[in-house]
Every structure is written in C-alpha cells, then in structure tokens.
Write a protein that binds this ligand. Structure first.
Ligand SMILES: NC(=O)c1ccc[n+]([C@@H]2O[C@H](COP(=O)([O-])OP(=O)(O)OC[C@H]3O[C@@H](n4cnc5c(N)ncnc54)[C@H](O)[C@@H]3O)[C@@H](O)[C@H]2O)c1
Length: 409
C-alpha cells in the first residue's frame, strides 16, 4: 500500500520534515494553528527556517487544520511542543491532544512516530491509550515508535539530511520496517535503529541535560574567574590544550529544549522514587545568568558614574540563539524587557528577530558606528554581531562595550 505521510505540528521540527518528505510523497501537514496553516499555504514560514524556495520542487503537499483531511493518511509523525508548566512539571497537553486526534482516525497498519522530546515511558503510555481507545493492538494492527529530533535551527553545518537520526520501534515486521526506512531515509541519510523505545526517549533527553550542565559549569567558571580577576580566555586556552578537556562555552541558555528537558528527566526519576542531584544542577546557574548579567551591566555603568535607570543602553542579540528567530525562553530578551520596565532608553539590535517584535519593542537590524550609548551589551555570538563589535571598537568607543561572555574580546 502507498505510504501517505502526515506530520502533526508544523513548527521548527515538523515543517522541515514535511518539506523533505513532500519531495517524494504526497504529504499532509496538519497544525491546529489556523494562521500557521494559512501562512504555509502561501509558502511563508514566520520562524524563518524554511525559505519560500524550499516549498518548490515538491511532489504535492497539503497543509490543513481539518481532521477529515488526514483520515486517509497512514504514517503519522508527531512534532508537538513539550514545554513545562509554571511548577516545572512536564506539560504534555499538546501531545495528548494530538494522540486524541490519532485515536479517532487510527486504522489497521497505520504507523505512528513521536518526535517530540519526552521522558522515558511516554510512548508506551500513548500506545496503551490508543489500544484502549481503538481496540487495535500495537505491533499487530498498528505500530508506534519514537524518533527523537536533533535538528538545530540556524545551524548551517548540521542540517536535517546529515544529522544521524535515531529510529526506535519494537516491531520485527519486515513490511513495516521497509516503510519506516522509506520515510526516514528521506529525512536523514544516517539512521540508527533501536528496538528499545525507552532508551531512545532517554537518549534524547540526556543529550540536552548534558549540554545544559556543561554550559552551566562554564558559566560558573566564568563567574569565578571574574571574582578572582583571572583572565577567563587565558584559562580556557591553557585548559583546552589537554586532550580530554571539553571546550564548552559559557553563555545564556534559552529555547524550547535545554531549559525544559532536565525537568522531564528529573520528574520521571522522582516518580520512581529517585531524587536527582546533578540533572537539575545546571538550571539554577543558567537561569541565574539573567541577574548576573544585569548586575554586571549595573557595575559597568556605575564605574562611569551612570545608573541602569538613566543610561542609554543597546543590547545586541535578543533571540535565544543568534541566527534564529526563536524567542522562546530567551534570557537575552528577558534581560531586555526587565531593564525596559524602568528604563525607556534601552534599545535592541538583532536582525533575526521577527518583524512584529521588532516593531513592538523598537529593535533594530544594526548599530550605527558612531554610537551615543552609555553601554552596548553583547549577549550572543554571531558573525554579524562580530562586525558590529569591530565597527564600534574601531571608533574609540571600545570602552562603551560590555562583552560579558568574552565572545569578541
Ligand atoms: N525547536 C528545536 O530546535 C527542537 C530541536 C529538537 C527537538 N525539539 C522538540 O521537538 C518538539 C517540537 O518542537 P518545535 O520547536 O517544533 O515546536 P513549535 O512550537 O515550533 O511547533 C509546534 C507546532 O505544533 C502545533 N500544535 C500544537 N498543538 C497541536 C495539536 N494538538 N495538533 C496539531 N498541531 C499542534 C503548533 O501550532 C506549532 O505550530 C518539542 O518536543 C521539542 O522539544 C525541538
């Protein structure tokens, strides 16, 4: 039988997968956000990850928010957001809703893959739910698997096609496996198969926990060096000359994954009577960088007999990561907004920010060479920002620059 793929959730993860599959298959893209669907029909991706030309040269693609349109699909890929609640507990409402939709249209021989980041056991939970709701049996009537997503928006080197993709499913059914390879070979050139879904769920979440912890450690070392008046860059230059020193960089941690995923792992550990000690250790220091940067800026201005309240300030780099439009959990933007509450002379510079936010907050694409700011604070690393840094530094204004992570110094 012909494979008819349907991607549910067309955000940073779902849209690139949809466009890739549509090169080979008639592909359905389903999203509950009506505006998103209208935009995609007009080849507009407001996340600015997929340019309009990526919508060309494809077989056929149907963007819809109507369940009836996806009834005949037989290969579902779920790319829903998995954030946390205010109390830091996993919020699975989007996945729950999507699985409910699937339960209404599930047919014999359908294949479902969850791509959202979850904690171990979530796929099994949905398998049980679907079996109960549909009277169909997993690994006999339908097939559910887990394929964690490693896409790195803004990254030009590690793109969907060349990122190794884990594909976990229990079935030994050759016909089903053939279909799975047919689909996922279109997404990535390098697949790694596992029969252990829980291991795949855990692998994804620990990739991000590990990164969060390592950045936190570098942030802590940066602060120690500042306190002790030790040159951080020199420390790292020396330390990384050892073969097994891992060269992580300090910085602000934001986005949909790193500030969230450690809570997924710690929650499931706690449910199983284990209180984690290390998993969440990076969260406090990384979140605390918000106040640390504001304090640094305050100190920087005080040294010039200025105050945070009355100074003219420019912040360079506002999205959670330079090169992407994503503002989710952006500490950069939180710093900007926090200062803006009491200072109306704060400005932002970031060409990657979406138009609406630029207009609302007065964010610019560039900083003029001859600045009249009391401080220009650099919060992200990018070649575009490096040019801005060099431009300002070349005009006797180096003393107005604060580069707390030593990105350009
Ligand atoms: N963004 C990344 O860089 C990245 C990388 C790796 C993994 N992930 C993981 O992938 C998952 C998706 O993340 P994302 O960044 O693509 O999210 P996103 O917010 O960009 O996109 C999710 C889309 O799902 C839609 N949606 C929400 N509920 C829906 C429902 N019930 N039915 C249909 N559509 C629905 C939203 O309208 C939105 O368009 C998350 O679990 C995330 O942790 C993200």
């Amino acid at each position: 039988m012909k494979i008819i793929p349907c991607i549910i959730g067309l955000g940073y993860v779902g849209l690139p997968i949809t466009l890739n599959l549509a090169k080979r298959f008639l592909t359905y893209g389903f999203d509950t956000n009506k505006e998103r669907i209208e935009n995609l029909k007009n080849k507009i991706d407001v996340n600015r990850e997929c340019k309009s030309k990526k919508f060309n040269n494809i077989k056929k693609i149907i963007f819809t928010n109507k369940i009836k349109d996806i009834k005949k699909c037989n290969f579902f890929i779920l790319c829903l957001p998995t954030p946390i609640h205010k109390n830091k507990k996993p919020d699975l409402i989007n996945l729950n809703d999507a699985i409910k939709i699937i339960s209404k249209i599930l047919k014999k021989n359908d294949i479902i893959f969850i791509e959202s980041t979850v904690f171990p056991g979530v796929t099994e939970h949905y398998k049980n739910y679907l079996e109960k709701k549909t009277n169909l049996i997993n690994n006999k009537d339908f097939f559910i698997g887990y394929s964690p997503e490693r896409i790195n928006p803004g990254d030009k080197k590690y793109i969907l096609k060349n990122i190794t993709k884990v594909v976990a499913i229990e079935t030994k059914n050759k016909k089903v496996l053939k279909k799975i390879y047919e689909i996922y070979n279109k997404v990535s050139k390098k697949l790694i198969r596992s029969k252990d879904i829980k291991a795949a769920e855990t692998a994804k979440v620990i990739e991000n926990v590990q990164r969060d912890l390592n950045i936190a450690l570098m942030n802590e070392i940066l602060i120690i060096c500042k306190k002790l008046k030790i040159n951080f860059n020199e420390v790292i230059r020396l330390a990384k000359s050892k073969w097994n020193f891992i060269n992580f960089k300090p910085g602000l941690v934001g986005g949909h994954c790193l500030p969230v995923d450690p809570y997924y792992l710690s929650t499931i550990a706690k449910k199983n009577n284990f209180k984690t000690e290390v998993t969440l250790a990076g969260r406090k220091i990384n979140d605390g960088m918000l106040n640390y940067i504001i304090k640094e800026l305050n100190y920087f201005l005080n040294k010039k007999n200025k105050s945070l309240k009355n100074s003219k300030i420019m912040i360079v780099g506002l999205t959670y990561k330079a090169g992407v439009a994503d503002m989710r959990n952006s500490l950069n933007f939180k710093i900007f907004k926090k200062i803006k509450k009491y200072n109306n002379k704060i400005y932002g510079c970031d060409p990657f920010v979406t138009k609406n936010i630029k207009i609302t907050y007065g964010i610019h694409n560039n900083v003029k060479k001859n600045i009249n700011y009391d401080a220009v604070l650099f919060l992200s690393y990018h070649e575009i920002f490096k040019k801005i840094f060099k431009n300002i530094a070349s005009t006797n204004n180096r003393n107005k620059i604060l580069d707390p992570f030593n990105y350009y110094s």
